[in-house]
Design a binder for this molecule. Sequence first.
Ligand code: HEC
Ligand code: HEC
Ligand code: HEC
Ligand code: HEC
Ligand code: HEC
Ligand code: HEC
Length: 260
Amino acid sequence: MKKLFFLAVLLVGVFSFAFAGTGVKKRRPLPFEYGRVVIDNYSEEADFIPVVFDHWLHRAKFTCRLCHVDIGFAMKANETRIRAVDNSNGYYCGSCHNGEAVFPSCRNDISPKEFQICIRCHSVGRRVDRKYDFREFTKDLPKGRLGNGVDWEKAEQQGKITPVDYIEGISIKRDKFVDPKDFELKSKVMGMPNIIFSHRKHTVWNGCEVCHPEIFVGIKKGMTKYSMADFYEGRYCGVCHNSVAFPLLDCQRCHTENVR
Ligand code: HEC
Ligand code: HEC
Ligand code: HEC
Ligand code: HEC
Ligand code: HEC
Ligand code: HEC
């Protein structure tokens, strides 16, 4: 009986949230498209091809914290305002794509052969030979229901991926913080299971600095007020859980208590 009620609440929820905002349902991204960012502040302006950045490959190799804190990418598409010259000088994409650790990024005066390197990133609308095929890469990773179709949490726990959190010369050595305790968030709607928020599980990817103080003040629990509607607008939990980490449609992964 309880289960049925949960389902009913869930369905009403799904319908009201899937159409939240514009009233028009956006096409749901395919697994390989989930977490994809098209970067185009300057490319088209310079008569060049816009850039495609895929989270699935990069997040399997590096932590969110490394890129979003140490390297300094914004948590919103096109907000960093990356320039070709920054990349050439070893910032942003060029922190790794420097021709040593990984294939190089932007340069002037290139030979036609080197153009093949440019279009690995400047690839919007191009068919590019990729080194990593999404299906091949994810086939042995634990399955998830939505998003990339991968349970990234399990993949990390089982050691199938070991995201790097430190790059010599870019990251600053820090002492490890102690993870605060897991806590329960009340869903405040009868029949809707509560949420357990795990600091420990989040810290693996995000350290502390991705969330505190920008997304959550984090001084005292309950100081930051939010609801599902905020998440759908890309705030709080929704900063990550609608674009890169598993999406909001995956209700049961957050509302876990008392269900199943
Ligand atoms: C590792 C990925 C990567 C590679 C490889 C790469 N770029 Fe870029 N490039 C970027 C990103 C990201 C931007 C910012 C895009 C934007 O905002 O439009 C950019 C921007 C540019 C711009 C826009 C003008 C400007 O001042 O920012 C030009 C022109 C450019 N790159 C040329 C090149 C050329 C030529 C090559 C090949 C030698 C190349 N890039 C290879 C990632 C890359
Ligand atoms: C290799 C570097 C790298 C890693 C690792 C990485 N990101 Fe990103 N992320 C980026 C870049 C680059 C952008 C685009 C920024 C821009 O366009 O200004 C971005 C954008 C985002 C956005 C905005 C997406 C949108 O559509 O607006 C979110 C949210 C995000 N990242 C979360 C994460 C999370 C969560 C993780 C870890 C699971 C992660 N990122 C790992 C580089 C990275
Ligand atoms: C923290 C390091 C790091 C940063 C920052 C980074 N990358 Fe990468 N990227 C990698 C590594 C490692 C690979 C895998 C290279 C390999 O195995 O040859 C890769 C591969 C790629 C590929 C090739 C995928 C394929 O299948 O061929 C593209 C495209 C790419 N990155 C784009 C970008 C763009 C665009 C940015 C900046 C917005 C960026 N990367 C920032 C580390 C990084
Ligand atoms: C994914 C995001 C996220 C990460 C990563 C994260 N936190 Fe939090 N933290 C939260 C949320 C959500 C709350 C409660 C909401 C609020 O700020 O009101 C919170 C609350 C706190 C609190 C107040 C606890 C209380 O009981 O009153 C402290 C202290 C804290 N965090 C420290 C840390 C430290 C230290 C780290 C790194 C080891 C960390 N957090 C990593 C999201 C995060
Ligand atoms: C800075 C990005 C970020 C924010 C903000 C964030 N998460 Fe996450 N969360 C992640 C990532 C990354 C994972 C790993 C799984 C994945 O990527 O799909 C994760 C995993 C989880 C999991 C599964 C792990 C577990 O504990 O069993 C739950 C549940 C979860 N998040 C709930 C929340 C809630 C609730 C909030 C808001 C209070 C929140 N998250 C805010 C990035 C974030
Ligand atoms: C990333 C984790 C996460 C996912 C996924 C998620 N929720 Fe929530 N939900 C929360 C959190 C956290 C709260 C508590 C907000 C607060 O403290 O008031 C909440 C609260 C709620 C509430 C109470 C009222 C409100 O709007 O805040 C309802 C109803 C609800 N969720 C329904 C759903 C449904 C239906 C889905 C699937 C479509 C879903 N949730 C997916 C984290 C999540």
